[in-house]
Design a protein around this ligand. Structure first.
Ligand code: ZN
Length: 464
C-alpha cells in the first residue's frame, strides 16, 4: 500500500536526536511514512523565542530543542530533513505564532498585530509550510476572533493551502466548533480541515452537508477509539488563567479552593486515567479517583498536586462518553467524503493513549478485515491519498509510476493493533517492511535506517 500519512500526531519529540532510535517503531510498525506536525496550533518553530505556548503544550509535544528556540519554518524543515526514518511536513502553528506578537494577551489582536501575523504566515507558506494549524480550544487560540482567523484564511486561500483546526468544541458542542470553520471557508475560499473529529454522526453529518451546500471544501481526520487524551489543565484551568502561562497556572492551582479546582470538569475527573507524572509506577493508567484514594487525599488536592508537581505538563486519558460518540458514529463518519485517518498519538508519559501505537493498524484490522466497513482500496485512500491531496504533500499517497516510493507492505490476514488502554505501549503486528523513497526503513520489527525521511515542502515550493 502507499505509505500511510498521519495528519495529526504529536511526533515532534521523536525527531530529537537524543531520543532512542526505536522511538519511531510505533509508527513504522503501522506503515506510517509521513507525519504532519504543527497540529493544535503548536510546534517547535515560529515562536520567535517566546516560550509561553510551547511551555504550556510541552506535556504533549515535548520541550523545544534549544537550537530551534528561534527557528522559523525554513529552519525547522532543514532541521527535520533526514533526522528520522519518516517524512515530516509542518503546519504554521497559529497559537505559537500568536504568542510572538501578542504575548500572553488573552484578547483579540489589534489591526497591526493581525497584519504582522498575516505577513509571518505568508512567508512561512513561501518557505514550504503545508498550511495553518490552529488550536481554538487551547490558549491563546481561544482568544482568536473570527476577523483574525478570516485574515489568516485569506492568505491561505491565495496560496491554495489548508486551514487545519482543533475546533472550538467537539461532541455535544460540535455545532459551535465546526460552524465557525464552515463560515471561514465560505468567507475566504480557503480549504478547511477539522482535526480529530469526534461527535455523533447525525450532528456532524448535518455540518458536513451544510459545508457542501455552501461549496466549502471541508475534510476531517479521526481515530478509531472513543476515549480521548489531553493535558489535565485543559478541562480544569479557566481559559483566562491558562492563557497567561505556566507560572500563573501554578499560582491558580496552589491558591484555588476545592470547589474552584473541580468546578469546570466536575465529577468526570474521577474517571480520567493518569498518563504521565505519577508518583509510583502502579499509579499509571489508574483512574484519578483510585489514585486519590491510594494517596489518601481528596480529588481536588490530587488535581492540585499533579498540576503543580508536573508544572502543568500532566496528561490524562479521558474515558469514552457513549452519549457523545459511539463506534457506530465513527463508522458512519468513516463513509463521509472528506474523511482521513489520524492517530493524534502522544509519545510522552509512561501510560499514554494506545492510539499512537494502533490507530492505523486498527483501521485495517477492525474496519477493513473484521467488519468490512472499508474495502482495502478505500483504505489506501483513507490512510494515505486523501491526506496527500489535502495537505499538498508532493508525489506521495499513491503507487504509480513517477511517484515517490513510500510503501507499506501489509499482511492483511495478520495486521492487528495490539496496544490497549491497559497496555498502551505495544507495537502493532502485520507490517513487515516499510520503504521510504525507495529505501528500507523498517524490516522484521527493526528500525533499519534513522535518516531516510525527508522534510516535505508544499507542492510547488522549491527547497531553498
Ligand atoms: Zn487537538
Amino acid at each position: 500500500m502507499p505509505g500511510f500519512i498521519d495528519t495529526h500526531v504529536h511526533a515532534a519529540p521523536l525527531f530529537d536526536t537524543t531520543a532512542p532510535a526505536d522511538g519511531f517503531a510505533p509508527l513504522l510498525a503501522q506503515g506510517i511514512t509521513t507525519v504532519i506536525l504543527g497540529g493544535d496550533g503548536f510546534a517547535s518553530c515560529c515562536s520567535g523565542g517566546a516560550s509561553l505556548t510551547t511551555d504550556y503544550f510541552r506535556g504533549i509535544d515535548g520541550p523545544v530543542p534549544e537550537e530551534l528556540s528561534r527557528a522559523g519554518v525554513a529552519e525547522y524543515l532543514k532541521w527535520l530533513d533526514g533526522r528520522g526514518p519518516i517524512n515530516a511536513g509542518v503546519l504554521v502553528p497559529a497559537n505559537t505564532l500568536r504568542s510572538r506578537f501578542a504575548g500572553s494577551a488573552g484578547r483579540p489582536l489589534n489591526a497591526e498585530e493581525v497584519d504582522e501575523m498575516v505577513d509571518a504566515l505568508r512567508s512561512a507558506l513561501d518557505d514550504g509550510a503545508l498550511g495553518l494549524g490552529t488550536g481554538l480550544e487551547y490558549p491563546p487560540g481561544t482568544a482568536s476572533t473570527f476577523a483574525e482567523l478570516e485574515a489568516l484564511n485569506r492568505s491561505l486561500a491565495d496560496a491554495g493551502a489548508v486551514h487545519a483546526s482543533h475546533a472550538r468544541g467537539y461532541g455535544a458542542v460540535i455545532q459551535q466548533g465546526v460552524s465557525e470553520l464552515v463560515a471561514l471557508g465560505a468567507a475566504t475560499g480557503a480549504r478547511q480541515h477539522i482535526a480529530h473529529l469526534r461527535a455523533q454522526a447525525a450532528a456532524a453529518g448535518r455540518l458536513l452537508a451544510e459545508a457542501e451546500a455552501l461549496d466549502v471544501p471541508l475534510t476531517f481526520d479521526s481515530y478509531p477509539y472513543q476515549a480521548g487524551s489531553t493535558l489535565l489543565t485543559l478541562p480544569i484551568v479557566p481559559v483566562e488563567i491558562a492563557v497567561r502561562g505556566t507560572d500563573v497556572i501554578l499560582d491558580w492551582a496552589r491558591t484555588s479552593d476545592e470547589v474552584t479546582l473541580l468546578e469546570r470538569a466536575g465529577a468526570a475527573v474521577e474517571l480520567y486515567r493518569l498518563a504521565s507524572h505519577a508518583l509510583e509506577h502502579d499509579e499509571f493508567g489508574q483512574e484519578l479517583g483510585h489514585v486519590a484514594a491510594r494517596r489518601g487525599v481528596g480529588l481536588a488536592q490530587l488535581v492540585r498536586d499533579l498540576i503543580v508537581n508536573s508544572r502543568g505538563a500532566v496528561t490524562v486519558v479521558v474515558p469514552a462518553d457513549p452519549r457523545a460518540e459511539s463506534e457506530e458514529d465513527y463508522v458512519q463518519l468513516l463513509h463521509a467524503q472528506g474523511h482521513m485517518t489520524c492517530s493524534d498519538g502522544i509519545y510522552l508519559g509512561d501510560h499514554p493513549h494506545p492510539r499512537g501505537w494502533g490507530a492505523f493498524a486498527r483501521v485495517l484490522s477492525r474496519h477493513v478485515r473484521e467488519r468490512g466497513d472499508l474495502s482495502i482500496e478505500d483504505a489506501a485512500v483513507h490512510l494515505s491519498r486523501r491526506a496527500a491531496d489535502t495537505f499538498s504533500v508532493p508525489d506521495r499517497g499513491v503507487l504509480t509510476v513517477g511517484s515517490i516510493a513510500d510503501i507499506a507492505i501489509v499482511d492483511l490476514e495478520r495486521v492487528t493493533d495490539r496496544a490497549t488502554y491497559s497496555s498502551p505501549r505495544v507495537l502493532a503486528d502485520g507490517v513487515d517492511r516499510v520503504i521510504v523513497a525507495g529505501n528500507d526503513v523498517w524490516r522484521d520489527g527493526q528500525v533499519v535506517s534513522r535518516t531516510g525521511g525527508r522534510a516535505l515542502r508544499r507542492q510547488g515550493v522549491v527547497d531553498a
